[in-house]
Design a protein around this ligand. Sequence first.
Ligand code: NAD
Ligand code: MG
Length: 357
Amino acid sequence: MECVSVELASRAYPIHIGPGLLDRVDLIRPYLKQARVAVVCNTTVAALYLGRFAASLRAAGIAVVEIVLPDGEAYKNWETLNLVFDTLLRERCERSTTLIALGGGVIGDMTGFAAACYQRGTPFIQIPTTLLSQVDSSVGGKTAINHPAGKNMIGAFYQPRLVLADTDVLKSLPDRELRSGLVEVIKYGLIRDLAFFEWLEENVERVLARDTAALEYAIGLSCRHKAEVVAADEHEHGERALLNLGHTFGHAIETGMGYGEWLHGEAVAAGTMMAAELSRMRGWLGVDEVARIERLFVRAGVPVKGPAMATGKYVELMRHDKKVQDGRLRLILLRRIGEAVIDDASSVVQIAEAIDI
Ligand code: NAD
Ligand code: MG
């Protein structure tokens, strides 16, 4: 089992990574303020794991309120969040009742926000069950729901007490979701760790085959990278922006195609190739390095080209992204594999050219 500590002064918390963690009530117990929890889950994950998880909690003398929400990003909204509050109130849950998120990023984000709000803040534990949520959304304390006018527009920074990333639950994850999550793993190599990128070049097939040791290593190192970045810049004033490599281009793809058409990681992969191309045009990456990044994404089974969408539409959608400052697009580019930079000096013409490649 790996353990990563997220160092946030008084709110530091551990992330345990390894097989069989879903059954480790002993890891959860010390964090509970009362022998009662509310587990938030969705229908898909509940069918697979909630019965077993709730049973082991109850066997340890912990009362469990089960809250099962519909599955999908479309339900990451105010109405569904209210279902959580309705149940918490009906069951008379208290400020000392711990909320446990058992699911992917959608459940994690919603449960975290519910925990931040319910009775002005209840303890919160995350058990992320997708690769994306294990390496990304469960680290850093961003919680949110969507608004019709924008994704993740209503939310709070709220840190969990504990994260348990069980590598075994990834065995039931659909292949496409696993590949999409792997893009965020590759991203950590690209922005700050050449040796990790090289390890992924050696081991990507093992990760895709869900080899326990490979998953544990890749998830552990990814969490360590994100934890370091977040500890240095919790509220995204500087370095945390580097985590957005490929994301401004990617958001244009996700929004342009309609949410759900392209998975997040798929859009980020294609977006990262655009950022790589722009980095080459700026004189940073060599042609061989761009090709090397592309080869790894191809082996990971994710797209390396964006969908056919007018370049003007890309640029317009990118301008709506949060990363526009004083009318200039701030993009994350690569100085080399393993080192990212924040850049606002690329011209719209260059950006359009990188999109068209
Ligand atoms: P998701 O939560 O929708 O899960 C993807 C699908 O996999 C769902 O259908 C889910 O039911 C299913 N699933 C989950 N675990 C499973 C398992 N073990 N076996 C079988 N099926 C399983 O999507 P996601 O990719 O995990 O998360 C995406 C969300 O995360 C987005 O809403 C995004 O905004 C958010 N996010 C948040 C942060 C953050 O810092 N808070 C960072 C990145 C992404
Ligand atoms: Mg992302």
